[in-house]
Write a protein that binds this ligand. Structure first.
Ligand code: SF4
Ligand code: SF4
Length: 165
């Protein structure tokens, strides 16, 4: 399976060893993002990086595992509950003046969001290349959930992602 190097900018300490070892110049970019079109997947940069900032990732992923319909159905009900929880906790946090209650509600909203993201991944939105991710993006484009929804970014994702289902 073809691999390419990806740099985690939060871990990069700018030692620049990756620039010296890369045979194609893929790491030498002005925006610090490794140029995937030049990367041949040799892994030399990842081996040389002292900060563990470079990972070799597959550029193509297998189709997503199938989920039973009842699992998806229950997971979606759970996501709806968690989304309601988050909205209620956020609304309360905007009304309270007590600092302890504000922090409790903010933490509750955040925890509901994190759990929801996990359930969404488990219920079938795990891989960006999957059919349901494509359908989700198309639905969001057809009916944006909010005024500021980044329509252009969603269109660009649909154009760039190689959907494999
Ligand atoms: S070798 Fe690692 S730490 Fe150094 S510039 Fe490259 S990615 Fe950053
Ligand atoms: S994997 Fe090889 S070609 Fe790709 S960026 Fe790293 S050193 Fe360069």
């Amino acid at each position: 399976m073809k691999k390419a190097a990806f740099r985690n900018l939060r871990l990069c300490t700018k030692d620049c060893l990756c620039l010296y070892v890369c045979p194609t110049g893929a790491t030498d970019t002005e925006d610090s993002i490794i140029d995937v079109s030049k990367c041949i997947g040799c892994g030399d940069c990842a081996a040389a990086c002292p900060s563990g900032a470079i990972s070799m990732l597959s550029t193509e992923l297998p189709p997503q595992q199938k989920k039973a319909e009842n699992v998806i159905s229950y997971a979606r009900k759970l996501t709806k509950n968690k989304a309601d929880e988050e909205q209620i906790a956020s609304a309360i946090s905007g009304m309270v003046i007590n600092d302890g209650m504000y922090r409790l509600m903010t933490a509750l909203a955040k925890s509901a969001r994190l759990v929801n993201e996990d359930i969404m991944r488990e219920s079938g939105y795990m891989l960006p290349q999957s059919k349901n991710t494509k359908e989700l993006l198309e639905d969001l484009l057809n009916d944006p959930p909010a005024a500021g929804f980044p329509v252009d970014a969603a269109k660009e994702l649909l154009r760039l992602i190689k959907f494999n289902e």
